[in-house]
Each structure stands twice: as structure tokens, then as C-alpha cells.
Design a protein around this ligand. Sequence first.
Ligand SMILES: *[C@@H]1O[C@H](CO)[C@@H](O)[C@H](O)[C@H]1NC(C)=O
Ligand SMILES: *[C@@H]1O[C@H](CO)[C@@H](O)[C@H](O)[C@H]1NC(C)=O
Length: 373
Amino acid sequence: MPALVFMSTSSSTMRVLILIVAMGAVLELAPQAEAARAFFVFGDSLVDSGNNNYLVTTARADSPPYGIDFPTHRPTGRFSNGLNLPDIISEEIGSERVLPYLSPELTGQKLLIGANFASAGIGILNDTGIQFITVIRIFRQFQLFQQYQQRLTALVGAPQATKLVNGALYLMTLGGNDFVNNYFLAPISQRSSQYSVPEFSRYLITEFRKILLRLFELGARRVLVTGTGPLGCVPSELARSGNDECDPELQGAAAIFNPQLVQMLQELNTQLGSDVFVTANAFDMKEDFISDPQKFGFVTAKVACCGQGPYNGMGQCNPTSNLCPDRNLYAFWDAFHPTEKATRLIVKQIMTGSTKYMNPMNLSTIMALDSRT
Ligand SMILES: *[C@@H]1O[C@H](CO)[C@@H](O)[C@H](O)[C@H]1NC(C)=O
Ligand SMILES: *[C@@H]1O[C@H](CO)[C@@H](O)[C@H](O)[C@H]1NC(C)=O
């Protein structure tokens, strides 16, 4: 075809040039679209990026000083001073921040990035978080995920949609509220009069197993599942106990629940014949900086940056609360949730931690494995 290239009329030359430029653009875009892995997030306030902004609920983080260190310096609904766990994982896997499913901005090409269905206040059980009124419980999050898949299919067709859903990374953060906002919510709760802590934990594991199998049915093939953190050591619990010690009951509950979770996920993987579920040991990841905050550059892992009362652990974080000037010096942002700085330490372990932290393997290993298939 040299004749075409050497044609001398200027309009033909222009056409060839435009063609070359257009081809260049396609070539440049294609590898990017191929490389970005979609990311789907399910769970509670530790991973909610703003769904609760759209709900009638008291579990919300949409007023200052939430978001004070976010790129926009405004509240977004994240329970953090800045970025939260899904945001930093997105950074690490090289994709854009995932939008909350209820955000009106989540349309068109944005659907290809993934979606965040998490809602602050929810738990494994349907009766967890009823005090927060309309939160999106886990089975409802799955219904919305099905709705998402229909919208995705309309956009890219069924084969591409299935490929995106099967090839995506998933994050499931659930369980803490079943203890904090259910079993231990009152001195005598309905659940605590029904079950001992080990019985309740076994019940939670049974229900969590059903939830994770449902997620598998919906197409998930790589799911990071976070265990519960040191629930008894959050500023809220320190304020409640008042003796400067982590609450032993909540610590004991986490110590029962987490190993059962690891075991259940191992059994599920064996049953499915594949390492679909990967446990992130949030307890040990957080315990590291709670037991030795100075080692990680924090001045305290007991006092929250934002709040009031002892340890800044009482009530809400809001415009009238105490606010620390440097959030990088605090492990806890509010009475329950870590700062962005602490969350970065957690993600570091998720990416490269040993089997003490990530079972059966860390996310950098997963990314390397999955890029080969
Ligand atoms: C929770 O609700 C869903 C439906 O919304 C139901 O399928 C599930 O069985 C319920 N779980 C329990 C433990 O009752
Ligand atoms: C975790 O990541 C590091 C470095 O990326 C790697 O050397 C190590 O073997 C991984 N550990 C596991 C258990 O996957």
C-alpha cells in the first residue's frame, strides 16, 4: 500500500495522519483498560465510602471534620480523616478509587472500575445495627450487586461483564458490629441472653459462610476477608471501661471469632478447590501499632484524634469535637475507626505481609498469580 502513503494531495495526507493518530490512541488506551482490575467492596463502616450519605440513618460521616485530609478536604461519607481501606487498596492495585454504589456519578465507563456497596452499621446478622434505621444489610448489598451486573451487561455485553466480575478483586469487611453494636451493645442484649460468646461466634461463622458462598455464586473468585480488629481497644471501649485497659470481653470475643473465621475460609477453599477466600488478620495488623504506637510514629493509639470525653471516645466526631492538629500522629481518627496513616500500615501488611497476617497469601502474591491467567 505505499501508493496510499505517498499520495500527494493534502487531504489524503491529513486522513492518513488522523488514522495514525487515532490508532495510536487506541493502542495507548487498550493496555490500560486491560490492566485495571475491577474492585468490589462489601461490608460496614470500615469500608463504606459514602453509601450512607444517601440513606436516612444516624451512621454517617458526611459532616466536618470527616474528610479533612481527603484530597478535596471535605467530608465524603468515609469514616476517616482522609482515604479509607478500599481507597488505599485501589491505589496499590493501580486503579481509580471505587465509587459508592448509590452515588449518581456511578454511570457509564465508571462502572468498569467496580463499585462499593458497603454501608456503615451493618453486620453478619440481619438484626445487627437496627438502631441505625435504614442501613444496607449484606443481602441487600448483594441485590444491588446483581443490579450493578445488569447495568454492566447493558454497557459491555454479557461475556465481557462476566469476565470483569470473575476477574475482579473483592473486599468483605464484616463482623465487628455483630459484637459491638449487637451482642455487647447493652449489658444484657437479646443475643447475649440467648448465646454464650463462643456459641454466638459459632453462629456468626455459620451465617458468614452462607454470605461468602452467595458472593461466590454471584461471580467472585478472589475475596479478601478481614477478621475483626482488637475490638476492646478502640477509644470508645477505653472510655467506657475507664481503667486504661482494653475491654477483656470484647478482646476475648475477637480471639474466639478470628481463628474460627480462618478455619471456615480454609474449609470453603478446600470445598471450592481454589483459594477464593483470603483472610486478612486485622487483629494482629492493628495490635502491632496498638501495643507499640511509638514504633510506628504515633504519639498514642488510645486517644482518638476527633471526639470528646475520655480518650475522645465518647459521642460523635463533629464540628464541636476536639480535633488533633496532626492526624499522622494518631492511630485512631474517631472512637472506632483508624486514621488514614494507620490504614496505610494495614494495607502494607495486606500487600506484603507474611502468613501471620495474610492467609494463605498476601495481595502482591495474588496480583502476580492472577496476572498470569
Ligand atoms: C437475613 O435476611 C435475608 C433476606 O434479606 C435472608 O435470606 C437470610 O436468611 C436472613 N438471615 C438470617 C440469619 O435470618
Ligand atoms: C508476601 O509478599 C512478599 C513480598 O511481596 C513475598 O516475598 C512473600 O513471600 C509473600 N508472602 C506470602 C505468604 O505470600
